[in-house]
Design a binder for this molecule. Structure first.
Ligand code: DGL
Length: 266
């Protein structure tokens, strides 16, 4: 049993680190680093990346795909639903459920430009909790900071503050990290948001949803150590990815391999 997880780069590791605790299935992580940031791409570009990466996962024997990316979940999943024979998991529903479990009625969503402009979170909250006040803030400068490992720099502090201030002015009680890169800025965001705002990282909820579909692969049930049952692939420079991933995760990773993606690069 193998599960493929992908994102534009390092962000999906916030989902991977949860999923590996909850399943003993083999995991394949793909960081499409030659196309990061996904938040600035068109729906057609993102759909092209999806099919290419899904093809790679299928050839590797994956029996499920986790789109560990809010932008692709928002813009691609509605287009591809039901077109693959294996389950494909997105993050939007898990994120909304996680917020509804803790919010008192006013949520701020920090997201990429692509996710914010898609209206996916606005629609998802309207469908599940029409009374919820939802404020979506596009935060395009955060992904490059995480990709370069600058999660506690002075610049990161200034940029996070700039994006948080309008949401805090609305009196939000909950802040959804609506991009899988942002959990790596969690400490800074929590400090600047203050103690009255609950921060929601949807990764544990998504990991639980995926693991719940494959109960026979519960950790321990196959007698395997789940720790490094993962192969890492990137479409950009493997060394840069590995070095920054280790910095963010505070642990060593196994070797990262290169996979050539066709089409234009950024
Ligand atoms: N981490 C992804 C997301 O959740 C993509 C961010 C980006 O590359 O812009 O949206």
């Amino acid at each position: 049993m193998a599960i493929g997880i992908y994102d534009s780069g390092l962000g999906g590791l916030s989902v991977w680190r949860e999923l590996r605790q909850q399943t003993s299935a083999r995991l394949l992580y793909f960081g499409d680093t030659c196309h990061v940031p996904y938040g600035e791409k068109t729906q057609a570009q993102l759909e092209g990346y999806f099919w290419e990466i899904a093809g790679f996962f299928l050839r590797q024997g994956c029996q499920a795909i986790v789109v560990a990316c809010n932008t692709s979940s928002a813009l691609v999943l509605p287009q591809v639903e039901g077109r693959l024979e294996i389950p494909v998991f997105g993050i939007i529903e898990s994120a909304v459920d996680a917020v509804l479990g803790v919010s008192k009625g006013s949520v701020g969503v920090l997201a990429t430009r692509g996710t914010a402009d898609s209206g996916a979170y606005q629609r998802a909250f309207l469908a599940s909790a029409p009374e919820m006040k939802v404020f979506v803030q596009s935060a395009p400068r955060l992904v490059p900071l995480v990709e370069s490992g600058q999660v506690s720099s002075q610049e990161a502090r200034q940029v996070v503050k700039e994006y948080l201030d309008p949401l805090l002015a609305e009196g939000i009680d909950t802040l959804l990290l609506g991009c899988t890169h942002y959990p790596f800025l969690h400490d800074l965001i929590a400090e600047l948001a203050g103690p009255s705002v609950v921060i929601v990282d949807p990764a544990p909820a998504l990991a639980a949803q995926v693991a719940g579909v494959f109960p026979e692969w519960k950790p321990g049930s196959q007698g395997k150590d789940t720790g490094y049952n993962t192969q890492f692939w990137v479409s950009g420079d493997p060394h840069t990815f590995k070095t920054t991933a280790e910095l963010l995760l505070k642990e060593e990773l196994p070797a990262v391999a290169f996979y050539h993606m066709s089409g234009e690069k950024t």
